[in-house]
Ligand binder design. Structure first.
Ligand SMILES: Nc1ncnc2c1ncn2[C@@H]1O[C@H](COP(=O)(O)OP(=O)(O)OP(=O)(O)O)[C@@H](O)[C@H]1O
Ligand SMILES: O=C(O)c1ccc[n+]([C@@H]2O[C@H](COP(=O)([O-])O)[C@@H](O)[C@H]2O)c1
Length: 195
């Protein structure tokens, strides 16, 4: 796990990164700026529990690709979930919180994950553990009104203009961040590689 100091604002950006692409780098850049982060942990997951059974490149390859893609010294590429043998984000967040008291974390994900979020293991617990920033993504813009999470936690949604304070807010708290969008996806890159 990367080194952090108390009172830092740290974003947690988990993903399969199979492979990483410029859309991920854009999300990281938007998050660093709008959430006023001191660090962003780019967490390469062993495997998304909802994508079980799919072919995935080796972790070392996805880490190396992520390091090449992450162009800001505040971005720390890590794959600690594998070392700690955690698979579910609820467990990842509990672990991170327990090992880093006094640090303000925020979970970062693209809008496509907001649409599916209610299918994640113990998703309500995640909402009560850490603030969440959802970054707009082509095709999923309306998930901020239509998703189960957005409807269930409508009262916990804060205005985008307050995003810089999100990491210090008491959960549940989340926001939807608009900005420059990228239509890149790992699926499209994998498909192009096979063509
Ligand atoms: N173009 C994008 N715009 C906004 N968020 C993105 C974009 N691409 C990926 N993300 C977000 O980055 C995180 C990691 O995504 P992931 O590694 O699954 O990439 P992906 O392109 O969605 O992959 P796949 O096509 O294999 O599902 C997720 O939170 C996802 O929502
Ligand atoms: O915990 C879960 O049930 C869960 C279900 C789906 C996705 N996640 C996490 O969400 C992050 C984004 O996954 P992905 O595949 O969209 O890049 C990554 O850290 C996954 O481990 C977690």
């Amino acid at each position: 796990m990367p080194y952090v100091e108390k009172r830092m604002q740290v974003g947690l950006f988990g993903g399969s990164f199979n492979p990483p692409h410029a859309g991920h780098a854009l999300v990281a850049e938007i998050a660093l700026r709008t959430l006023a982060l001191d660090q962003l942990w780019w967490i390469v997951t062993p495997a998304n529990p909802l994508k079980a059974g799919r072919q995935i490149a080796p972790l070392a390859e996805r880490i190396a690709g992520s390091e090449a893609m992450a162009g800001d010294p505040r971005i720390k590429v890590t794959a600690f979930e594998a070392a700690f043998n955690v698979r579910y984000t609820a467990d990842t967040l509990a672990l991170v919180r327990a090992r880093n008291p006094g640090v303000d974390f925020v979970w970062i994900m693209g809008a496509d994950n907001l649409a599916d979020f209610h299918r994640w293991q113990r998703w309500r617990e995640i909402m009560l553990t850490m603030p969440i920033a959802v970054i707009d993504r082509p095709g999923s813009t309306l998930s901020f009104v239509s998703s189960v999470m957005a409807r269930t936690f409508d009262n916990a949604r804060i205005p985008e203009r307050d995003a810089a304070r999100l990491a210090r807010m008491r959960p549940p708290a989340w926001t939807f961040i608009h900005g420059p969008r990228s239509s890149l996806s790992s699926t499209a890159i994998r498909a192009a590689g096979k063509a």
